[in-house]
Ligand binder design. Structure first.
Ligand code: ATP
Length: 441
């Protein structure tokens, strides 16, 4: 068990810098996901932890030692790759035992560790089979087993599920999350798939262009994206962006005038953050679930609907409707800009319709057009600090601990991630509960 840290880490290949000034502290026993588009540098970061690449600058720590220059075999890590080649001529037992044999671990100890790993992974009845006699998911489990038997301080996983079909991926996702609970070791998991990141990580580091864009618990990244990149990357279907929305003031309210002329009233809580943008253009971001068909929204809101919905309706020209059974995705355009809405299946809507939609502006995001930072997201760290100021005590150190557990809820297993922020003050220690995030296991 160990923490892993990057301190001002850079990586250059032939003078091309692909990783820029990475600073990241991965806590002991944490499940950290590095996520980002192809080529953003996530594998390079993982390989620098493993010792398969050396950083050009900066320090990589595992536990309390700097591991720069240390051979991979001396780092006490185990890595599972996308291409988890198993030895085809060896059975499952020997595949899992191979690394231990090389390290001259006594036979009885090897048998104990392989059997333990097989039990954790449900492979007991397959130990004598050759890889070709296994399904894709079972083979993947053997690859995980090879890592588990080593009892490493840190597990490194590089897109381990991307060769599996969609159904198996969902199943293995939950199995890896359970494995993490069981072995209680630090996991660093690389993926380009935001759903994997959201469902598996205690925390997620989003990378783009070799830089960390934001680090946080899944729900924090979803609710408080620091910039347009994170907002667009996390969430599926992706957030809708309305470029060139003009901030206008009228009768004491702020409005966002979209291209094509429709305007949306900005609620008070967001308006205070937009005051310095009056007369300027911004980018409005609205998640597909925050667009609701007008009649359904009115029914839901009842008597308060007219007051609450005033200035928050737009007309959408529909071009595609995808019915997914439990919901439908309605694609269309507002002022020439593409938009997708997650709409109740009871709503009858067809391509060619002009649909009135309620925009839940209280959940909207607004981004600066120059540097694309979020003007409206309140960084989650602020929540804890605000509470401390209310109590009028002075914080000297803030420590965040995340406690993950799988619980039964309505017959379904749900992974519950509880973020507990412990604020150390000069004389008093105060524990502030800041958030509970829930994700499907
Ligand atoms: P993917 O999801 O496609 O695997 P990634 O985010 O893991 O992408 P990396 O593999 O870390 O990205 O690569 C980051 C950048 O570094 C890419 O532009 C890649 O082409 C470059 N790169 C990686 N390895 C080398 C190398 N050995 N020599 C030169 N350039 C490299």
């Amino acid at each position: 068990m160990a923490s892993v840290s990057f301190e001002h880490v850079y990586k250059r290949f032939n003078k091309v810098e692909v990783v820029h000034d990475i600073n990241l502290k991965i806590l002991d026993q944490e499940f950290m996901v590095l996520v980002g588009p192809s080529g953003c540098g996530k594998t390079t970061c993982l390989r620098m932890i493993a010792g398969l690449e050396e950083s050009t600058d900066g320090q990589v720590w595992i536990g309390d030692r700097v591991v720069n220059g240390l051979e991979p075999k001396d780092r006490d890590i185990a890595m599972v790759f996308q291409n988890y080649a198993l030895y085809p001529h060896m059975n499952v037992f020997d595949n899992m035992a191979f690394g231990l044999k090389l390290r001259k671990v006594p036979k009885s100890e090897i048998a104990r560790r392989v059997n333990d790993a097989a039990e954790i992974l449900g492979l007991q009845s397959y130990l004598q089979r050759k890889p070709k006699e296994l399904s894709g998911g079972q083979r993947q489990r053997v690859a995980l087993g090879r890592a588990i038997v080593r009892s490493p301080k840190v597990f490194l996983m590089d897109e381990p599920l991307s060769n599996l079909d969609a159904k198996l991926r969902v199943q293995m996702r939950a199995e890896i999350a359970r494995l993490h609970q069981r072995v209680q070791t630090t996991f660093v998991y690389v993926t380009h798939d935001q759903t994997e990141a959201m469902t598996m990580g205690d925390r997620i580091a989003v990378l783009n262009g070799g830089k960390i864009q934001q680090v946080g618990a899944p729900r924090d990244l979803y609710d408080f994206p620091a910039n347009k990149f994170v907002a667009g990357f996390i969430g599926s279907p992706a957030m809708n962006f309305f470029e060139g929305a003009k901030v206008e003031q009228d009768n004491g309210s702020l409005w966002l005038r979209l291209k094509g002329g429709q305007a949306l009233r900005v609620p008070e809580a967001l308006a205070v953050r937009l005051e310095s943008y009056i007369g300027r253009e911004v980018t409005l971001g609205v998640r597909p679930e925050n667009l609701e068909e007008g009649a359904v929204a009115r029914q839901r809101k009842g008597e308060a609907s007219e007051r609450e919905m005033a200035g928050q309706m737009v007309g959408v020209k529909v071009d595609v409707v995808e019915n997914l059974g439990n919901e439908q995705m309605v694609y269309g355009a507002i002022g020439g800009q593409q938009v997708v809405a997650r709409v109740d299946v009871r709503v009858q809507v067809r391509p060619g319709d002009e649909v009135e939609m309620y925009v839940e502006m209280g959940k909207a995001h607004v981004f600066d057009t120059q540097d694309e930072h979020s003007i409206t997201s309140r960084p989650p760290e602020e929540s804890g600090v605000t509470e401390v100021q209310m109590n009028e005590v002075q914080a000297t150190e803030v420590q965040t601990t995340e406690v993950a557990s799988i619980v039964e809820e309505g017959g379904e297993e749900v992974s519950e991630v509880e973020v507990v922020e412990e604020v150390q003050v000069t004389e008093v220690t105060e524990t502030v509960r800041v958030q509970t995030a829930e994700t499907d296991a």
